[in-house]
Design a protein around this ligand. Structure first.
Ligand code: CS2
Length: 479
């Protein structure tokens, strides 16, 4: 995938653009470093009209930054053995949803559009992370239940599907690319739940005609910083206000279940088309994202800025290995994969010093991430009577993190939809054990039966963490 620079360099996009066949919701760095690159490769290999209209659901920043280069941007792959850059030219337009929701719906309703891809992050689905059900009390969902012009991602999907149904046009395939468990089935459930409230006949139509393939997506892509923009300008000689920087590795597994079979030639771009993505997804969510979050909370508390810095510290290098030893017994390897090899490869990816993936960035939205990344693994290990020490330290470090002050007493800038609630709950307690009780009572994250099982081991980890600090606590669970 990492083709060298094309002969025309990075200067500009080609004049011949493929027509639009995809609308993407949530145009962050990840999708531009991942999905856009695969789709560019698929069209380079086999043609097709799979140009993309990107939609930012909140801010105009990405649109404004991309405009100067006519929606093309540099994707830079960074690794110790060399950097590679290429110009990605698959975007045909970028829309900012709050500025013009009707234009977004019109793009999604266009019969030429066959697929709507999404990277709206965990919280963008407006669901309850513990149960996977739509949160009908969510202010955005409340809005979308009654208004034709939506604000939430599920709202856009449902209202655009309604327009297609009314026009006699087949639905688009909904291709979610977020790190959620059974992400296709999850988003299908949310769309059906919302559609049911708005118009039951619409829900019936989506149920029979709609397709929501599940996917496993993987490429480490930190948020682009101003320093990155300057660096890429120096390396490339091109002024690009919206480059993306990523690791060389990429893996995309997709269930091959598209409306009318309409999709780019993904296999030609290296996508694994499978009938069931569960094994890939569970391995990735638990082994990569689970340890990413564990390293983010513990590493941050230990003063490490990035994942690479964290695993360069032998205490944390040992810790992540101990975590994999706890996680692996819960994971069924996809065909042809050896989990210990997968873990070794992950370690090398984390250690890539050219990728500065901040612990603070990964620590965001923990309330939405913990269930699928760590709590499912804990549940499986607890019911099988297996070891959970390392994973409980991860939960304890998250508790310390969301309580809002680090070990030096400095405030932490916690970004999470539940941040205020979690911080207030922690602040009302007199001792670490009570903080555990209070935080475990948040049922959006911890189902009651799991909370009951976690109480003793997590309290032990929290007491250790508060009394002895993160290094000593992590060291204790590392053989
Ligand atoms: C990370 C992911 O920010 C996070 O929470 O764990 O974005 C991770 O880098 C990707 O899932 C890797 O594919």
């Amino acid at each position: 995938m990492e083709a060298p620079l094309p002969a025309d360099g990075l200067a500009h996009r080609a004049d011949t653009r493929p027509a639009t066949g995809i609308v993407h919701l949530g145009l962050g760095a990840f999708f531009r470093a991942f999905g856009c690159v695969y789709i560019a490769d698929a069209m380079a290999a086999s043609g097709g009209n799979w140009g993309i209209i990107g939609v930012s659901l909140r801010s105009p920043d990405t649109r404004d930054a991309l405009r100067a280069r006519d929606w093309s941007y540099i994707a830079a792959s960074f690794a110790p053995d060399g950097n590679k850059m290429r110009n990605i030219t698959v975007l045909n337009d970028v829309l900012v949803a709050p500025e013009n929701p009707a234009a977004v719906l019109a793009a999604m309703a266009d019969p030429a559009v066959k697929i709507v891809t999404l990277t709206v992050t965990e919280k963008g689905y407006c669901h309850n992370p513990a149960t996977g059900a739509l949160n009908l009390d969510h202010p955005d969902i409340q809005h979308d239940l009654t208004k034709d012009l939506p604000v939430s991602a599920p709202g856009y999907l449902v209202r655009a599907l309604a327009l297609r149904k009314a026009a006699g046009v087949a639905p688009f395939t909904v291709l979610t690319c977020d790190n959620l468990p059974e992400n296709g089935r999850l988003v299908r459930g949310l769309v059906l739940q919302l559609a049911q409230q708005i118009d039951p006949t619409l829900a019936d139509w989506i149920r029979t005609e709609g397709r929501f393939p599940a996917t496993m997506v993987d490429r480490i892509t930190p948020a682009t910083t101003d320093a990155d923009i300057t660096y890429i300008a120096a390396l490339s000689g091109v002024t690009d206000a919206a480059p993306v920087m990523h690791e060389p590795f990429a893996q995309w597994a997709v269930e091959d279940d598209f409306v009318g079979g309409a999709r780019p030639d993904l296999a030609a771009a290296g996508v694994e088309l499978v009938s069931d993505v569960t094994a890939h997804e569970q391995m990735k969510l638990r082994m990569l994202n689970g340890t990413h979050s564990a390293l983010a909370y513990t590493g941050y508390l230990a003063g490490h800025d990035t994942i690479a810095d964290t695993v360069a510290d032998p205490v944390f290098a040992g810790y992540v290995r101990a975590l994999w030893a706890e996680i692996m017994p819960t994971v069924e390897a996809p065909e042809g994969v050896r989990l210990s090899d997968y873990a070794d490869a992950l370690f090398n990816r984390y250690a890539n010093p050219a990728i500065r993936h901040r612990t603070w960035q990964i620590a965001m939205d923990g309330s939405q991430k913990l269930p699928q990344r760590i709590l499912g693994t804990l549940r499986d290990n607890l019911s099988a009577g297996r070891k959970v020490d390392g994973l409980c330290v991860a939960v304890a470090a998250w508790m310390r993190y969301v309580s809002g002050t680090d070990e030096a007493g400095k405030p932490i800038d916690v970004r999470d939809p539940l941040a205020d609630r979690l911080r207030d709950l922690a602040a009302q307690q007199n001792n670490p054990a009570d903080i555990v009780t209070a935080l475990l009572s948040v049922e959006d994250i911890f189902p009651a039966d799991l909370a009951a099982q976690l109480k003793t081991p997590v309290t032990a980890a929290v007491e250790n963490l508060w009394a002895n600090g993160v290094r000593a606590t992590v060291q204790e669970v590392t053989p």
